[in-house]
Write a new protein. Structure first.
Length: 452
């Protein structure tokens, strides 16, 4: 009975999302985003955020006006103006005006001398690129961090995996220019990864082979609708557009995870392992996704799991070995001690989620929050062992809900990290195969067709 109730709720949600061919939800998304951007421009205490909001508000308002026209066109039967292609085109243009344009604008102003046109992580990653080029490691050791002035010690930390420093190499090599800003390369990587993910899902068969057999049906309008919605919630959603324009390091990580899920959905497990391995060499957020995908690959046999593991585990380890050999103390200080709250200075990530509130308000609160986080991890591990995902959609749902629980329970976290679970949950319908598979949950989780 609970499953039936959940299924009915899910189908109601999908019907609401697909009302008027998806244009009604598009209008709501663009309108709400415009309000968010306007409020950010007027009230944010972070200057890069205010600058983003002042430009993005206009982009969202234009998109809302176009979406309103598409809604009217759909109701009058002009499906060419309101169909999948038109909605997808509007999504791309809106991403350009609400994320890419503000990002380039801030990069240009920063190159001209404005020091308030980038968040701290951009500076940190660019400094990491310089250190990687000069010393073979992106990390400062604990003694070097202590030697910095008190106000600069936080910027001395690089709490990422070694691969993230590659985004700082353009500025390390070519100097200060708008195009050497790390955000430009974050955006390029994100755009390529998402484009390949969409092409993979639209061209994949949803069966064992990578290509479409002669007798297989053509494009699925319902799946295309969910692809458009999935891309919207990974690009133009304000939490994503704002992040890319002002900081941006999470977007290539998110895009890499989504591409790995798309490759898994089309049974390219070797390629999925390489992609998630490269992504895991950027940031730890990709590692839980790699574990879930490994459980999914294992349902296809040990050879498939081995192909996946070679890239998924091998590449992050290969990225760690050189910096470990150069300065192991620096690696531990930046990648382990600082994120766990044991660094020389504390992380500024203090969004008021339950884990942070527990750590701040209760005696031994940090230990309690850590225990709850471990308990959530154990519960997910048990679920993976007892009921591993048999579709990429199920894997995406586990990643989404698992990361949502982790973000809520981490003692130090950021509101912006929510872009990961939102995107994973939004991509789940688009990852479902065109034809049901052997997974007993596949039929139950399948969304209702989009009203046309």
């Amino acid at each position: 009975m609970p499953q039936d109730r959940s299924t009915r709720t899910s189908r109601r949600w999908h019907r609401l999302d697909g009302a008027a061919g998806g244009t009604a939800a598009d209008l709501a998304l663009y309108s709400a985003s415009a309000i968010f951007a306007a409020v950010t421009a007027a009230t944010s205490t972070l200057l890069p955020h205010r600058a983003w909001g002042s430009i993005a508000t206009v982009g969202y308002l234009i998109a809302a006006a176009v979406a309103a026209g598409q809604l009217v066109a759909h109701r009058r039967g002009a499906r060419r103006l309101s169909g999948i292609a038109a909605r997808a085109g509007l999504t791309v243009v809106t991403w350009a005006t609400t994320a890419l344009l503000p990002m380039v604008w801030q990069a240009v102003e920063r190159a001209d001398g404005r020091t308030d046109r980038a968040q701290e992580e951009v500076v940190v990653i660019e400094h990491a690129g310089i250190r990687l080029l000069d010393h073979g490691t992106p990390y400062l050791g604990p003694d070097a961090i202590r030697a910095l002035p008190a106000g600069e010690q936080l910027l001395g930390y690089t709490p990422y995996q070694p691969g993230m420093a590659l985004f700082g190499l353009p500025r390390a090599i070519a100097g200060d220019a708008w195009w050497t800003d790390a955000r430009i390369w974050f955006a390029l990587t994100t755009a390529v990864a998402l484009a390949v993910a969409v092409a993979t899902l639209r061209g994949g068969s949803g069966r064992t082979g990578a290509g479409r057999s002669p007798g297989q049906p053509g494009p699925d309008p319902t799946k295309d609708h969910y692809l458009v919605r999935a891309v919207q919630l990974a690009t133009i959603l304000p939490i994503c557009a704002l992040t890319l324009a002002t900081g941006g390091d999470d977007l290539p990580v998110l895009a890499g995870c989504l591409l790995a899920l798309a490759l898994g959905a089309t049974r390219r497990f070797g390629a999925a392992g390489v992609v998630i391995g490269l992504t895991g060499a950027l940031k730890l957020f990709a590692w839980p996704v790699a574990i879930v995908l490994l459980a999914y690959a294992a349902t296809r046999g040990w050879r498939t799991a081995a192909r996946f593991t070679a890239g998924a585990i091998g590449l992050p380890v290969a990225a760690l070995i050189p910096v470990q050999l150069v300065d192991s103390a620096a690696l531990v200080e930046n990648v382990l001690r600082f994120p766990l709250g044991h660094g020389i200075v504390s992380s500024p990530a203090q969004s008021p989620f339950p884990g942070y509130l527990i750590a701040a308000a209760l005696p031994a609160g940090r230990l309690i929050a850590a225990g709850l986080l471990v308990a959530a991890g154990v519960a997910i591990a048990v679920r993976l062992l007892r009921r591993p995902p048999h579709t990429a959609a199920s894997a995406a749902l586990i990643c989404g809900y698992g990361l949502l629980a982790a973000i809520a329970l981490m003692p130090s976290t950021r509101f912006g990290y929510l872009l990961y679970p939102i995107a994973f949950l939004a991509w789940a319908p688009a990852l479902l195969p065109t034809r049901p598979e052997s997974d007993p949950n596949s039929e139950r989780d399948r969304p209702a067709a989009v009203p046309r």
